[in-house]
Write a protein that binds this ligand. Structure first.
Ligand SMILES: CC(=O)N[C@H]1[C@@H](OP(=O)(O)OP(=O)(O)OC[C@H]2O[C@@H](n3ccc(=O)[nH]c3=O)[C@H](O)[C@@H]2O)O[C@H](CO)[C@@H](O)[C@@H]1O
Ligand SMILES: C=C(OP(=O)(O)O)C(=O)O
Length: 427
């Protein structure tokens, strides 16, 4: 199994190209199920989750072909075509590898009139039920049965019908499933308290390019008028705001300066505000955002919230950075109940962090020291990489498969800005 080895203490400086967004890719890929025409996605990141998703789609009968890019470039081009849906079952061994597999439920039901998907179960960051996905689909007329660990959804007479659904809590995935189902339903669907994340806007933009009728894009009230069929198209995946934010924290924690090429400020205002409050300088230019840390880091008070609030997917990375701030920071995790799994590992590197339920107090320390560390999820792993970049001595981050889910060529990007980092095969 591979690990990431880092010798800390280098000030990072230079440009990092931001890849296509994992969380956008994972909701754009299942849109291939909505049409028998070709869907081409460009700027697809080279990530384990994207590969897992395309294998799942292959099992459902979607053909996929990938064109590479020139050496040194990022982003792939994948053409997908679902002439026919060969199977309407997303099995447990695929869904357990990647929770986002549940995003085939809505589009498959809309196109084929039935869909059977393994229940994903909990994961390291929390319980993560899918009750809201199912409730929203029921409002579109789906009949749902739960048996033997699977959800079996069917549309009476083979087609869903429009309906209104108000999400009791904001859910990105449930909004995505409901949208992908509603675009082919008969009549009008209204989604209230829908998620407004930029990845939802990306999904809406793709669906509109495929011929869907959606109003209210970017707001919490989406109005979808179902159409008879959708066409193929070519669409570019949006840049990854979480990857961009993570590398901004790398500039912060190493006292460096990193130009995030391709980052879009409007997608990450809360992250940028937090960086500015921590004392980082931000320069906006036509190719991206340059983030520089010339002064000691200031402590922050941050609470995670749905977009446009501070993203839960940035919490662990900020915690690592704030471990070296001058003073005490206060963090609150409101989205997932168990998203502090990185704390014991950060403590092993010298961080001083107290946890009280969903709150954490980070007492800034003078220095971190390298250690062998292990993480349980993607962003937790990134927080350990960030700590390792600033720590005195050597750090080895084990279980790199978490990082490979969401950071394209991490060690290559960080080496290019001056980090001493490499992937090692531990056999
Ligand atoms: C692939 C992808 O895009 N993943 C992102 C997506 O995950 P995901 O779509 O799974 O997250 P949700 O927005 O659905 O979850 C938000 C909250 O709602 C709860 N909930 C959700 C659905 C449901 O049916 N019932 C329920 O109770 C969840 O347990 C959680 O507490 O949004 C999260 C919140 O921004 C991000 O951290 C993930 O990176
Ligand atoms: C939690 C995340 O992803 P997923 O929903 O795919 O587990 C993440 O990207 O931080």
């Amino acid at each position: 199994m591979d690990s990431i080895w880092i010798k800390g203490g280098n000030r990072l400086e230079g440009k990092i190209p931001i890849s296509g967004a994992k969380n956008a890719a994972l909701t754009l890929l299942p849109c291939a199920l909505l049409t028998d025409e070709k869907l081409t996605l460009t700027n697809l990141p080279r990530l384990a989750d994207v590969d897992t998703f395309s294998h799942l789609l292959n099992q459902l009968g979607v053909s996929t072909s990938v064109a590479g890019v020139k050496k040194g470039e990022y982003g792939r081009r994948m053409t997908l075509q679902a002439d026919d849906i060969a199977s309407t079952v997303a099995p447990y061994d695929m869904v357990r590898k990647m929770r986002a597999s549940v995003l085939v439920l809505g589009p498959m039901l809309a196109r084929a009139g039935e869909s059977t998907v393994s229940l994903p179960g909990g994961c390291a960051i929390g319980d993560r039920p899918i009750d809201l996905h199912l409730q929203a689909l029921e409002c579109l007329g789906a009949e749902i049965e739960l048996a033997a660990g699977y959800v079996k959804a069917s549309a009476p007479k083979g087609r869903l019908s429009g309906g209104d659904y108000s999400f009791p809590v904001v859910s990105v995935g449930a909004t995505e499933n409901a949208l992908m189902a509603a675009v082919l339903a008969t009549g009008r669907t209204q989604l209230f308290n829908a998620a407004r994340e930029p990845e939802i806007v990306d999904l809406c933009n793709l669906l509109v390019a495929m011929g869907a009728k959606i109003e209210g894009i970017g707001s919490g009230h989406l109005i979808i008028d179902g159409v008879e069929g959708l066409n193929g198209t070519t669409y570019e995946v949006m840049p990854d705001r979480i990857e961009a934010g993570s590398y901004a924290c790398a500039a912060g924690i190493t006292g460096g300066s990193i130009d995030l090429i391709g980052a879009r400020p409007d997608d990450m205002r809360a992250t940028l505000n937090a960086l500015a409050h921590a004392g980082l300088m931000l320069e906006f230019h036509d190719k991206g955002i340059k983030v520089s840390a010339d002064a000691p880091l200031k402590p922050l008070a941050l609470s995670t919230a749905p977009f446009p609030g501070f993203a839960t997917d940035m919490q662990a990375q900020f915690m690592a950075m704030l471990a070296l701030a001058q003073g005490d920071s206060f963090l609150e995790e409101t989205i997932f109940e168990n998203r502090y799994m990185h704390v014991p590992e950060l403590r092993r590197m010298g961080a001083s962090i107290d946890i009280h339920g969903r709150s954490a107090i980070v007492h800034g320390v003078e220095k971190l020291t390298g250690a062998q560390v292990m993480a349980t999820d993607l962003r937790a792993s990134m927080s350990l990489v960030l700590a390792g970049l600033a720590a005195e001595g050597e750090t080895e981050v084990l279980r790199v498969y978490h990082l490979d889910r969401g950071y394209e060529r991490l060690e290559e990007k960080l080496s290019a800005v001056g980090a001493t980092i490499e992937r090692r095969s531990t056999g």
